[in-house]
Design a protein around this ligand. Structure first.
Ligand SMILES: Cc1cc2nc3c(=O)[nH]c(=O)nc-3n(C[C@H](O)[C@H](O)[C@H](O)COP(=O)(O)OP(=O)(O)OC[C@H]3O[C@@H](n4cnc5c(N)ncnc54)[C@H](O)[C@@H]3O)c2cc1C
Length: 356
């Protein structure tokens, strides 16, 4: 069955006084925004809880003015800021409701029901919301890994996200890390006239080879198998001791060495996790707890905006289908014995509905 029919929510709905929400989504990044559009476009009342004061997720908070070039349909690229604003506006137009500066605390099972379905209660730092389905799209929580050796300087010239600086002309900038984020940071510094020393702990940077080639072409120095052992001020500059014995002077240090996992929050939600601490999901993006889906960076190997969108959309459609046709009535899912997780869930559900 085609899934592209858009049924708008009725205007004039009293969102403040709903008995329950159809769907609550945690996180207003690419995955959460795409999921929210999709559920609202199927006339499901949709609430998005966002910890920060604005929507957009990583493209908004980590690289607002980077030109993203790998989004299909934008041959000239689009900035993280523009992309976030457009998707948010689309969600607002679809009557998605947002709560900002509010964080997920836990998700409780309740005895309350909508038709036969037990409702969940999403507890946040500011309140609680009854709902039928939950979609977790809270990304990596944006706690960048920090380096103690640099933190002790307490310098405003040490950054853990790509700083919004108009011009680095003539400045030497040490960029720490070898993944795509670090390579992006290096390219951005170079585009603004800065001179880059890329400090990579591994013998080879793991980021995209073409980005690395551009860094080399623009005169960047790439120091592999290198870590910072000590840091101190030298006048207005920062002096770094490297494991190679070299001493590097720079005006700025940008650290991009990954993010801390949101494992603690996920454990509090009593979800089955993968070995790397990400949330385990089945092919329907449902977690080990029935009615709770997880999409985007919280579980995936491929961390891209388009992938987060696609997962958000798929989870939203599966949530919609479960609301309109619960999985125990859904033959395709019922027959899908190849998928162990679902098999287990059906067995559990079947034992609950078996007459005593
Ligand atoms: C430097 C950098 C450059 C990148 N460049 C590209 C690129 O060019 N192209 C590309 O396709 N991808 C790129 N990516 C990857 C892309 O940004 C991510 O894959 C994408 O943002 C994942 O979307 P998400 O919605 O899953 O998570 P996020 O974007 O992380 O959004 C999650 C949202 O959830 C909120 N949240 C977190 N915890 C809670 C909580 N407890 N309660 C409520 N809200 C919460 C967060 O504040 C955030 O707004 C880049 C990533 C980085 C770091």
């Amino acid at each position: 069955m085609a899934d592209f029919k858009v049924t708008q929510l009725q205007t004039g709905l009293d969102f403040e006084n709903l008995a329950h929400w159809d769907v609550v989504i945690i996180g207003a990044g690419p995955a959460g925004l795409a999921a929210s559009l999709t559920t609202a476009h199927r006339a499901l009342t949709t609430l998005v809880i966002e910890a920060k004061d604005r929507p957009g997720g990583q493209p908004q908070f980590l690289y607002a003015d980077k030109r993203i070039v790998d989004i299909p349909g934008f041959p000239d690229g689009i900035t993280g800021d523009d992309l976030s604003q457009r998707t948010y506006r689309q969600a607002l137009d679809a009557l998605v409701q947002f709560r900002f500066n509010e964080e997920l605390v836990t998700i409780e099972d309740t005895e309350e029901r909508a038709t036969e379905e037990p409702l969940k209660r999403v507890v946040t730092t500011k309140g609680s919301y009854l709902c039928r389905k939950v979609i977790i799209a809270c990304g990596l929580l944006h706690y960048p890994r920090r380096l103690a050796v640099l933190d002790q300087l307490q310098s405003k010239n040490v950054h853990y996200k790509i700083p919004k600086i108009g011009d680095y002309e003539g400045n030497r900038v040490a960029v720490v890390g070898g993944g795509d984020s670090a390579l992006d940071a290096a390219l951005m510094v170079q585009a603004r006239g800065g001179q880059v020393d890329l400090l990579v702990r591994e013998p080879t940077p793991i980021g995209k080879p073409d980005s690395l080639a551009h860094i080399h072409e623009a005169g960047g120095h790439v120091l592999t198998s290198t870590e910072i052992t000590a840091a101190r001020f030298a006048g207005d500059e920062i002096e770094l001791d490297l494991t190679s014995g070299k001493v590097l002077r720079c005006s700025w240090v940008v650290v991009q060495i990954g993010f801390l996992s949101a494992k603690e929050t996920f454990e509090r939600l009593a979800l089955v996790l993968n070995e790397d601490g990400s949330i385990a999901v089945d092919p329907y993006f449902e977690t080990s707890r029935q009615g709770i889906f997880a999409v985007g960076d919280v579980h995936g190997d491929i961390k891209l905006i388009a992938v987060a969108w696609a997962e958000g959309i798929q989870a939203a459609i599966h949530a919609f289908k479960e609301i309109t046709s619960p999985y125990w009535l859904n033959e395709k899912r019922l027959k899908d014995h190849k998928i162990a997780l679902i098999g287990e869930k059906i067995a559990r559900a079947a034992s609950k509905v078996r007459p005593t």
